[in-house]
Design a protein. Structure first.
Length: 287
């Protein structure tokens, strides 16, 4: 345990190693998509062309979160010195600090995701993620910069509340990188295995429901690593994978889901209120 804690305590100082974890995880699932695909996706051009669009957003996402990493370190250190946050108030052990930090940060992922689906002006940014008509491993980090920035703010908020030490933060960030690749990957697991995983973790089939084009499924299964938040808070839904269709029922032209510049500019383009500013439950029943 001491070696694990020592490794993650300094992981933020090794950006190339962290990048290796991200790229390595995506590469593994990219290969598995060819071996055990869930769907035989027919890409608009090629799988590589589709990936380039998503990698463009991935680069922007990483730039923003690399900048935020400085703030994360400062905040986590401040919590340590001020003995502020749940970890310190509860006098948690090292294992307890990991548990509190990981659960708190995973809740931040669930909470910000839920809010983006409920608030019209935030949905404008998040819909870029949902506009992908061919969900695969590269979709995981397809986030508009506005979406990425908001996620970072909530991440900082829950570090502040929990007092998560850096080793706990790095353990969670490693978990969420691997899980994001896993849940978005176009891979087929045995239905019983996928179902068993979904009782604790977000499984591929569970998350694919969230990418279904129609309500109420789009507004469900917000979890990043653990499925407990959706199950406890009533946002868990199931749908047979054979019935899932990716994309959006409105808000953005599905034929332009690989137009990088149009996607980047879309949140700032004024549209009719009835079509763009009714996210969340207000959108149910849209055909």
């Amino acid at each position: 345990m001491d070696k694990v804690i020592a490794y993650f305590s300094t992981l933020e100082q090794r950006p190339l190693e962290r990048m290796g974890l991200l790229v390595g995880g995506m590469l593994i699932f990219w290969i598995l998509e060819g071996v055990i695909p869930l769907y035989h996706l027919k890409y608009r051009k090629t799988k590589f062309a589709h990936a380039l669009v998503n990698f463009g957003f991935t680069v922007l996402h990483l730039v923003i979160h690399t900048a935020l990493a400085v703030v994360i370190v400062v905040l986590s250190d401040w919590c340590l010195h001020a003995q502020f946050g749940l970890v310190y108030w509860l006098h948690a052990s090292v294992a307890g600090a990991v548990l509190i930090g990981v659960l708190a940060l995973d809740f931040s992922s669930w909470l910000v995701h839920w809010i983006m689906h409920k608030q019209p002006w935030l949905w404008r940014y998040h819909l870029i993620h949902h506009s992908d008509n061919k969900v695969d491993v590269t979709t995981g980090l397809r986030h508009h910069p506005g979406d990425s920035l908001l996620r970072g703010i909530f991440f900082l908020l829950l570090i502040f509340v929990s007092g998560a030490p850096m080793y706990s933060v790095m353990i969670y960030q490693t978990l969420v990188v691997v899980t994001t690749a896993f849940t978005h990957a176009n891979i087929r697991l045995h239905s019983k295995l996928d179902k068993a995983l979904s009782y604790v973790l977000v499984s591929p089939n569970m998350h694919k429901v969230h990418h279904h084009w129609k309500q109420p499924y789009t507004d469900s299964n917000y979890g990043a690593v653990f499925s407990i938040w959706d199950r406890l808070l009533g946002t868990y839904k199931e749908l047979d994978p054979s019935k899932i269709k990716y994309g959006l029922d409105r808000y953005y032209d599905n034929t332009r889901d690989e137009d990088f510049l149009a996607l980047l500019k879309d949140p700032f383009i004024k549209k009719e209120t009835a079509e763009t500013e009714v996210p969340g439950n207000a959108r149910k029943g849209i055909a």
